[in-house]
Design a protein around this ligand. Structure first.
Ligand code: NAD
Length: 473
């Protein structure tokens, strides 16, 4: 049976509620030794795990999926306590369960090809697991990222180490108990809690970790890529940040565009990689759009995230809060603040790191607030006249995760689908709309590689060519 162990050097770190600002847990900080031990355990477990049939590996994942579904309430509460996510918006335990259910069935898709095209040979490819692989996850939707990475890695026959985020380690620690209950063999599925330094950095440069899937900031992604290059050139998949544009034409369904773009930048208090934080609205409908957007955005229900009536929690911690404040200050200098100047009335007088819905108009395109990820309920709305102009503006960032266009004109929609530099383009929809069987990932500095039901297995499989020479008769 897998086992929960405390940090070998006894170190812990305090976790503060972003609502009450009180310590809600003392969390074990994985030391260098703990990280090395986890890798060694995973390495020892690999031969037996990879020798199982996909059906037998899947049995453990099916059990884990069932346990996750039963744990929805507890996990929602833990996330509310650690990073302020309102329980009313929590779906992650079910979404994580769906990942394990799916990957419990698809291990048989790990298949190579064969070729008779070389005379005198039968050639083929094998798809084989890497061995020990690692996942480093962020704090904003932790349980989903936990599952999205570990499920395909396990299905492919790898053994896995997941490192949780120091800002939201509680659901990952909870899942480690479920892994134990599901009966995974020791060493197959390991969970570490701790900061980027020490455990994250060690995993990134570990010689025995052969693939690493990361979701988080661009800055950390680059550090991980560099550590991989300097150590064993492990295969690295990076899902990074965004500065997603949504473009609204004058022929669009304006009500739908308002509702969806507002939800995109408010959900999870704007702490979403693909949130449409830049809106470009055609000048003919801009006034109407802005009024309706402001009215909707102002109607949020901020409060204690454990209260089922709350739909807007605090920012995840003090650092995130101060970062958003810094960008709001920059925004004031660069554009016109039309929503967010009033202090937020928070239900039940909950204190904490709350940021009001904030809207800026007429911000100059070159400003930092138009280029950098803010990760808060802050949106910049600018106007445009022509297609050419707005495509140029929308593409003028180093990010490229998700872009949207609202229009009834199919030809225009297709022109935009082609022209936008983005891993996903939504037509008459915006983030967080997604599709499980479509690849998700970024152009430019939003990342490398893709995730999704039809592609993630591939991220955790090596390809081997086998050449078989046939003697002449
Ligand atoms: P972060 O980069 O600060 O931290 C992410 C993880 O990396 C944490 O577990 C952290 O401990 C670890 N880490 C930090 N330094 C490290 C190092 N030197 N080596 C190895 N690991 C290290 O990001 P965050 O603040 O947790 O998450 C927010 C970011 O994640 C945003 O930029 C957001 O856009 C991005 N994100 C992207 C996606 C996507 O699918 N593209 C999804 C969600 C979030």
């Amino acid at each position: 049976m897998p086992q929960f162990v405390e940090s070998s050097d006894g170190k812990t770190f305090p976790l503060y509620s972003p609502t009450s600002q009180e310590v809600v847990a003392e969390v074990c900080e994985a030391s260098e030794k703990d990280t090395d031990d986890a890798v060694a355990a995973a390495k020892a477990a690999f031969p037996a795990w990879s020798a199982l049939s996909p059906t037998d590996r899947g049995k453990y994942m099916k059990k884990l999926a069932a346990l996750l579904k039963e744990s929805h309430k507890e996990m929602a509460w833990l996330e509310a306590m650690s990073m302020g996510r309102p329980v009313s918006t929590y779906f992650d335990a079910f979404a994580a369960a769906e990942q394990y259910e799916h990957y419990s069935e698809v291990g048989y898709d790990a298949q190579g090809t064969s070729s008779l095209n070389t005379p005198g040979f039968v050639n083929m490819t094998f798809r084989q697991p890497y061995g020990v692989v690692a996942a480093i996850i962020p704090w904003n939707v932790p349980a989903l990222f936990f599952a999205k990475k570990s499920a395909p890695a396990l299905a492919a026959g790898n053994t896995v180490i997941v490192k949780s985020s120091e800002k939201a380690p509680l659901t990952s620690a909870y899942i480690s108990r479920l892994i134990e209950k599901a009966g995974f063999p020791p060493g197959v599925f390991n969970v570490l809690s701790g900061h980027g330094n020490i455990s994250g950095a060690i995993l990134s440069s570990h010689m025995d970790v052969r693939a690493l899937s990361f979701t988080g900031s661009c800055r950390t992604g680059k550090l991980i890529q560099a550590a991989a290059a300097k150590s064993n050139l492990k295969s690295v998949i990076l899902e990074l940040g965004g500065k997603s544009p949504a473009i609204v034409f004058d022929d669009a369904d304006l009500d739908a565009a308002v509702e969806e773009t507002q939800n995109s930048v408010q959900w999870n208090s704007g702490q979403v990689c693909m949130a449409n934080s830049r809106l470009y609205v055609h000048s003919k409908v801009a006034d109407k759009f802005v009024e309706a957007f402001k009215a909707r955005f102002a109607k949020i229900k901020p409060g204690d995230p454990t209260d089922p009536n709350t739909n807007h929690g605090p920012q995840a911690d003090k650092v995130q809060f101060e970062n958003v404040q810094k960008y709001i200050e920059l925004g004031r200098q660069a554009g016109e603040l039309v929503l967010g100047d009033q202090a937020l009335e928070v239900n039940g007088n909950a204190k904490g790191f709350f940021v009001p819905p904030t809207v800026f108009l007429k911000t100059a395109e070159g400003e930092r607030v138009m280029k950098e990820e803010i990760f808060g309920p802050v949106v910049h709305i600018n106007t445009f006249e022509t297609e050419e102009e707005v495509i140029k503006k929308a593409n003028d960032t180093e990010f490229g995760l998700y872009a949207s266009v609202y229009t009834k004109n199919i030809d225009r929609a297709m022109r935009f689908a082609k022209a936008l530099d983005s891993g996903t383009v939504g037509i008459n929809c915006t983030s967080p709309t997604g599709a499980r069987d479509m690849p998700f990932g970024g152009y430019k500095q939003s990342g490398t590689g893709r995730e999704g039901h039809r592609v993630s297995l591939d991220n955790f499989l090596e390809t081997k060519t086998v050449l078989i020479k046939i003697a002449a008769a």
